[in-house]
Write a protein that binds this ligand. Structure first.
Ligand code: SAH
Ligand code: SF4
Length: 355
């Protein structure tokens, strides 16, 4: 039998081409798209409006693959974590964080990460490989399978309503696959997650920011974690390549011409490293200097063995938040979720440390 083409991860044009290549009419692509992404079909036999002969032909030429679920853990607060394995045995984690009437799925974009941020467990593992568009999209599809959210529910009744690209890996280091995957996930004829409900988080690969956001229409979050270059470079090596000035200018460009665009700055509070009142004031001045419409997300640090950092104590976190609030910035302190299963984004593990 000839090599079979995986359908998940093809965009609409590619799907159409795959079908015309086997002698089918282009309109079949629309039907198939709906079966794959609206109904979540994992088997060609579910596609009941296609003839048996056509279903057999599809089976002979194509596959529909989900990553294998290696483990699945449910926290006492209903946060859920999956360890997923791809065809070559590489693994990533995905987390679902429920809120009252909605919830965010945190997806990964790479196995490991080349950025080497000092506080990050993924960063301590080096980059193994990029995920394909299919692997990025099919992670979310596993979450939908688990919660039975097929066919795509209306926005109001969705449990899995948001996506945060904050799992393992640096999305802008795998830009093409991430753009393709996000455009599939947000396509209105299929999975249909609203672009405004998707947030991409980056450590700041400045030249890729505007393009990627333009090409996907999703929201931007920047992992800032320090208010000046010296400190940022000491914990995030990528800052030596793209210093704060370049990152913040990219944020300005992203906001230019669209007054509704906000940037969320993630700020991890590390005891005695970046949590002083002076750091908070520097942060305020930095935002004012660049005139960025910003909100902050203050993240409690999740320690891991050998990391060498400690979480900032609560009173310092609150004092830090107050300085930002007094300067007019929203700065919610992220509530730690799924502690009993170590499920927060930002402490996801891969192969060697898992299971
Ligand atoms: N590579 C991207 C997205 C994945 S990391 C980025 O860096 O933005 C998602 C978030 O988790 C980032 O803000 C990251 O800085 C944060 N993070 C990393 N390690 C963490 C830890 N040990 N505790 C809490 N957050 C962490
Ligand atoms: Fe990579 Fe993000 Fe971790 Fe930095 S924080 S090492 S960019 S995953």
């Amino acid at each position: 039998m000839a090599f079979k083409i995986e359908l998940i991860g093809l965009d609409k044009d590619e799907l159409q081409k795959a079908l015309t290549d086997i002698g089918e009419k282009p309109f079949r692509a629309k039907q198939l798209w709906q079966w794959l992404y609206y109904f979540g079909a994992t088997d060609f036999d579910m596609m009941t409006n296609l003839s048996k002969v056509l279903r057999q032909k599809l089976k002979d030429n194509f596959t529909i693959t989900r990553p294998k679920i290696v483990t699945e853990q449910l926290s006492s607060d209903k946060t859920r974590k999956w360890l997923l394995e791809f065809a070559d045995g590489e693994r990533v984690e995905m987390v679902y964080i429920p809120e009252v009437d909605r919830g965010a799925v945190c997806i990964s974009t790479q196995v490991g990460c080349a950025m080497g941020c000092k506080f990050c467990h993924t960063g301590s593992q080096k980059l193994t490989r990029n995920l394909t568009a299919a692997e990025i999209v099919s992670q979310f599809m596993v979450a939908r399978d688990t919660y039975g959210e097929w066919p795509s529910p209306t926005q109001e009744t969705r449990y899995l309503s948001n996506i945060v690209v904050m799992g393992m890996g640096e999305p802008l280091h795998n830009k093409d696959n991430v753009i393709k995957a996000l455009n599939i996930l947000t396509d209105g004829d299929g999975i249909a997650i609203s672009r405004r409900r998707v947030t991409l988080s980056t450590s700041g690969i400045a030249p890729q920011i505007v393009d990627t956001l333009q090409a996907t229409g999703v929201r931007l979050a920047i992992s800032l974690h320090a208010p000046n270059d010296a400190l940022r470079s000491s914990i995030m090596p990528i800052n030596k390549r793209y210093p704060l000035d370049e990152v913040l200018k990219a944020c300005q460009n992203y906001q230019a011409g669209d007054g509704s665009r906000y940037v969320t700055f993630e700020y991890l509070l590390l005891d005695e490293v970046n949590d002083s009142a002076d750091c908070a004031h520097q942060l305020v001045n930095l935002m004012k200097k660049y005139g960025i419409r910003a909100s902050f997300n203050l993240i409690p640090f999740n320690p891991w063995p050998g990391c060498g950092f400690k979480p900032s104590p609560n009173h310092k976190v609150r004092a830090f938040a107050k300085i930002l609030n007094d300067a007019g910035f929203a700065a919610p302190i992220r509530v730690a979720r799924g502690q009993d299963i170590l499920a927060a984004c930002g402490q996801l593990k891969s192969k060697k440390q898992s299971s």
